[in-house]
Write a protein that binds this ligand. Sequence first.
Ligand code: ARG
Length: 272
Amino acid sequence: MKKLLSALVLGAGLCAALSSTTFAQTLRVGTHPTFAPFEFVDSEGTPIGFDLDVINAIAKVNGDEIQIESMPFDGLIPSILTGNLDLIISGMTITDERKKRVDFSKGYYNSKLSIIIKKDKAQEYTSAESLKGKTICVQIGTTGHAFADKISPDNVKALNNEPDAILELTNGGCEAVINDRPVNLYYLQKANLDTLIDFVDPQFEKQADVYGIAMRKGNEELLNKINSGLDKITASGELDAIHLKWFGQDTKGRTAEQIAAEKAQAEAPAAE
Ligand code: ARG
């Protein structure tokens, strides 16, 4: 009896040890790197950006390795469903529709849509409503795509990425581009496109647009691990540092100068 008991205890211990060692893992992370500054490729073709820094930081605090897989945006969720990916980080908005197919981590970035038009059409296009029936360019499979389908169902051009959508707009192939605002602004600024402007429709202000990390439904262990990693990099200030690096502001909207000034003030000896 005693022998059996110790064998059982040993077995249980072994299982626990095994499961905790196998828990540190190499996670296959899918992204569509045509969405600067969240994910895009550097001159060597390596995916970089805000999302890559976030997932690397999470993996690091969890002791995991990651392997990045680039693929089209509309192939990401199917790849989770077939088991070819463990995670998606791709500026992916948490939506009820997507939640039917995958689980999402806590939100890690607050976004919203915006509409890019030609500056000389600014009098004509003042709202999403004013684009009814007009041709709208979008990035395929995105929330901007879904929105354009609602206002101009028969006239949506779905392109593979933001630069293609913008090119189509400047070439007169569509009247507007609807995509995530941080991406729109980053692109307009980088490409120095001062003949274009972006605006936010009041409808976009109302609806929450929060990015989450997606994974297979029902994998509690992975979900908890990613969420706790996210908590840790938030508490340590790392998420703020990543924000600052890509957006010139931390999560509270403070610039590097403001942070430095606040720090200096906090450290200064109290005035007598
Ligand atoms: N936030 C939008 C969505 O979830 C657009 C994301 C596009 N991301 C990308 N890496 N292409 O639909």
